[in-house]
Design a protein around this ligand. Structure first.
Ligand SMILES: [Zn+2]
Length: 220
């Protein structure tokens, strides 16, 4: 099944940030655009093949989750794309990257590296061999659990709080509306868990408890 990974506005914004920050030669812009689009295409293919991988565009990065845990950010900069691994995330991957300085020019010491075409190839090969669903059991236990990983909750909540506290409403019944500080909020599976909706970032939203009750009552 084709997975949706966030707003296309952010996807456009991603390229915009790469190529429009300052005057540079057209060939630099084309190279930067090429690397970024190659990278996003490969990540899209990766998540398509691997149910444990989830992608999510945010305002200033593409966030890459594995098993519901945020692993790193792919971030657009002026004429380059970087991989940003905040301290504590993907320790093994950041150690491996540091063993290949010729592939990954340093952007920020021990934390972020510039991605060029060879680096992208290396990275995708690494992720394909290290991010495999290890057993059928683990895949099933994740698929059957209703549990929304802490990282996903945190990301959804942060967006809710910073974007103006909007409840999405229930399609066809209630409208999108602002949620006051005193109203109760709940995490909701957009595609219900009972019909196969995942616990991944793209399938979770915040609803006010009134709307959530309406949604539950009208679910077929
Ligand atoms: Zn509501």
């Amino acid at each position: 099944m084709k997975k949706n990974f966030g707003s296309f506005y952010y996807c456009a914004n991603f390229f915009d940030r790469i190529v429009s920050k300052s005057a540079c030669s057209p060939s630099d812009a084309i190279t930067a655009f090429h690397i970024a689009s190659l990278l996003l295409k490969k990540f899209d293919a990766l998540q398509e093949k691997n149910p444990l991988v989830t992608l999510s565009f945010a305002t200033d990065s593409l966030r890459v989750y594995y098993r519901g845990q945020l692993q790193f950010h792919i971030q657009p900069r002026k004429y380059r794309t970087i991989i940003w691994i905040p301290g504590g995330y993907s320790r093994n991957l950041s150690q491996e990257i540091q063993k290949h300085p010729h592939l990954f020019p340093v952007e920020g010491e021990h934390i972020s590296w510039v991605l060029n075409e060879e680096g992208v190839d290396w990275l995708m090969k690494y992720l394909r061999s290290n991010w495999q669903p290890s057993t059928v059991e683990s895949k099933e236990s994740i698929a059957h659990s209703r549990h929304i990983p802490g990282e996903v909750r945190q990301a959804i909540l942060t967006e809710f709080l910073t974007s103006g506290r909007w409840c999405s409403g229930v399609a066809g019944i209630t409208k999108r509306h602002k949620v006051s500080e005193t109203m109760r909020i709940e995490f909701d599976h957009i595609l219900p868990h009972s019909v196969g909706g995942s616990n991944g970032y793209w399938n979770i939203q915040i609803l006010c408890s009134d709307c959530n009750q309406v949604k539950r009552a009208t679910a077929t």
